[in-house]
Ligand binder design. Structure first.
Ligand code: FES
Length: 222
């Protein structure tokens, strides 16, 4: 197939409404077409796991479920399986992440918790900016599954409490709301307000919101 500019577009390239291409790396395409460690419905009952995490993305309504088999003696991840209703970027990101945690005999839980969306992105050879929030889905499911393991093994002190913190009490804006807004592309306080469909935030909360925007922007896009 040839575009007007006579350039070849591969079938897996995604095109925006204005005709621009969102080019996915070969690694992304490869993992999308051949996802590693995917949990098929008929395998679920046979798979022996001891932790599970389920998260959804308010950004697009997609869901991710992740299962872990953790060796209680070494705290290494011996197996990691997942399933999602997410898009191709979520599939590729989680596929790569599931390989990362199983490498070299399995990653220890404390190390797995240190995996960042940037680490996944590097392995994928990048993602289009508008798709970065998809890579966070697998990462959050992994953390939820590890928390589930800590809960089940009564290691409550080790549970990571991302804890939604209310930043603006009048409007009930939490740090999670701001994180999601940034992942959807908000860069200013006005963008955040537009996306959350709320009016002007409490004046004293503005500074905290702007600080969080900077923090999440740097975390996901720097
Ligand atoms: S996971 Fe929803 S758009 Fe990618």
């Amino acid at each position: 197939m040839k575009t007007q500019k006579n350039k070849k577009i591969k079938s897996a390239d995604v095109r925006g409404q204005k005709g621009e291409s969102w080019l996915y790396s070969d690694v992304v395409k490869e993992h999308f077409f051949n996802p590693r460690n995917f949990m098929h419905y008929d395998e679920e009952k046979k798979f022996k796991f001891n932790a599970t995490g389920r998260v959804g993305s308010p950004a697009c309504g997609d869901e991710m479920v992740l299962w872990l088999k953790i060796d209680p003696k070494t705290e290494k991840i011996k197996d990691c399986r997942w399933r999602t209703f997410g898009c191709g970027s979520a599939i590729a990101s989680t596929s790569v992440m599931s390989e990362m945690v199983k490498e070299k005999g399995g990653m220890k839980l404390d190390d797995a918790l240190k995996i960042t969306p940037n680490d996944i992105m590097k392995r994928l050879g990048g993602l289009p900016d508008r798709k970065i929030h998809c890579s966070v889905l697998g990462d959050k499911a992994l953390q939820a599954a590890i928390n589930d393991y800590f809960r089940q093994t009564k290691q409550h002190k080790r549970i990571i409490t991302a804890g939604a913190k209310v930043i603006d009490k009048d409007l009930n804006i939490t740090d999670h709301d701001i994180e999601e807004a940034v992942l959807e592309g908000a860069h200013t306080i006005e963008d955040v307000q537009k996306r959350l469909k709320v009016g002007v935030a409490k004046p004293e909360a503005k500074e905290a919101i702007e600080e969080l925007i900077r923090f999440y922007w740097e975390k996901y896009f720097s």
